[in-house]
Write a protein that binds this ligand. Structure first.
Ligand code: SF4
Length: 72
């Protein structure tokens, strides 16, 4: 299943390497539900999602969301 954020996702559209292409296959065109970028985007918005957040950076999701909420 393709991620619904594919068209506007900077990770998908601006990065390319052998490792990145594997992540795109696994997350973006495989199982986007577990992508860290998608989780953050759904929680606080695409524009608030750090550019350096990769799909497999799930360990950063909670910290990013909490930091955003503490600024509100
Ligand atoms: S990196 Fe995540 S949010 Fe971006 S297109 Fe891939 S699955 Fe979707």
């Amino acid at each position: 299943m393709d991620c619904e954020l594919l068209d506007q996702c900077p990770f998908y559209n601006t990065l390319s390497s052998q490792a990145v292409d594997v992540l795109k296959e696994v997350y973006c065109r495989g199982n986007p539900m577990v992508c860290a970028r998608r989780q953050v985007a759904m929680a606080i918005g695409r524009e608030k999602t750090p550019l350096d957040l990769a799909p497999n950076h799930d360990y950063r999701v909670q910290e990013i969301i909490e930091a955003f909420l503490s600024e509100q």
